[in-house]
Ligand binder design. Structure first.
Ligand SMILES: Nc1ncnc2c1ncn2[C@@H]1O[C@H](COP(=O)(O)OP(=O)(O)O)[C@@H](O)[C@H]1O
Ligand SMILES: Cc1ncc(COP(=O)(O)O)c(N)n1
Length: 269
């Protein structure tokens, strides 16, 4: 069985973070391991507390995973401080990690800030160049590219700037546009659209975590990046389309909407 590691924060509400990642990985047919960067006290209405782990302790978590169940892919989500980001970069380099998906998590769907301002600079300088693919949403891509994004041409322009500056593939997610759910993959000077039908569901807590974990799972199984993105779009559309409605705010998706499907049972290529 292929394996994937998530390095992310815990969401007590179960819809995002480590919890979404593990549910996604198991449903996409890989064995999930984890290194937790922070505990959040969180539900569908917001985040009421964040407790970062110590960077030395995160290093021990990463050593424990890499020296035993070496991951075929790694997904990185919420990392709120510079010290933690530097520790992750050091360990990923030391262990020669491959298939690295970096989701530059900045703000939760509920509006709560999940990263400090100085850590955004460290994320850009220390982690982006290690990424096989970076998966910003539109507000995150605006911060990283330092330009406003209001239409598809600006999505192309922003992802070109990010891809060229940090020398990695960029999947700019279009979920924050109102009309569609089209994502743009920019790599090596060319781009490709991944079209998605917008699902009328306000319960989108954890969509970014879920998409990046699904991409990591598919890369772990040996699919190329284009195929991994299109399979992951299909998975997230199914999870959103299952129309789960839990909690009083923007609720979680049903990650196990089709647990008996070929997402789990298919043979690896
Ligand atoms: N209402 C929706 N219908 C269909 N797909 C969606 C919807 N909202 C988001 N998505 C998809 O979910 C994924 C995560 O996108 P996005 O919401 O932009 O990221 P984030 O959760 O990081 O803010 C993308 O593939 C996006 O196209
Ligand atoms: C621990 C943690 N990690 C990430 C997110 C972002 O999730 P989303 O933007 O998809 O709500 C979150 N809310 N909590």
């Amino acid at each position: 069985m292929r394996t994937a590691l998530t390095i992310a924060g815990s969401d007590s509400g179960g819809g995002a973070g480590i919890q979404a990642d593990i549910k996604t990985m198991i449903t996409n047919g890989v064995f999930a391991t984890c290194a937790i960067t922070a505990l959040t006290a969180q539900n569908t209405l917001g985040v009421t507390g964040i407790m970062d782990v110590d960077d030395e302790f995160l290093g021990k978590e990463l050593d424990a995973v890499f020296t035993d169940i070496y991951p075929d892919a790694v997904k990185i989500g919420m990392v709120s401080s510079s010290a933690l980001i530097k520790k992750i970069a050091e360990k990923l380099t030391f262990y020669k990690a491959k298939n690295i998906v970096v989701d530059p998590v900045m703000v939760a769907t509920s509006g709560s800030k999940l990263i400090s301002d100085d850590a955004i600079e460290t994320l850009k300088n220390n982690l982006f160049s290690l990424a096989t693919v970076l998966t910003p949403n539109i507000p995150e891509a605006e911060v990283i590219s330092e330009m406003k994004i209001t239409n598809e041409d600006e999505m192309i322009e922003a992802s070109k700037i990010i891809s060229e500056k940090y020398n990695c593939a960029v999947l700019l997610k279009g979920g924050h546009k109102v009309n569609d759910a089209n994502d743009l993959l920019y790599r090596n000077g060319s781009y490709k659209w991944f079209y998605g039908k917008r699902i009328d569901n306000p319960n989108t807590h954890g969509t970014g975590c879920t998409l990046s974990s699904a991409i990591a799972s598919n890369l772990a199984k040996g699919y190329d990046l284009d195929t991994s993105v299109s399979r992951s779009k299909e998975y997230i559309s199914g999870a959103l389309g299952a129309m789960l409605d839990l909690g009083k705010g923007s609720g979680p998706m049903n990650h196990g909407f089709d647990i008996s499907s070929d997402y789990v049972l298919e043979k690896e290529n």
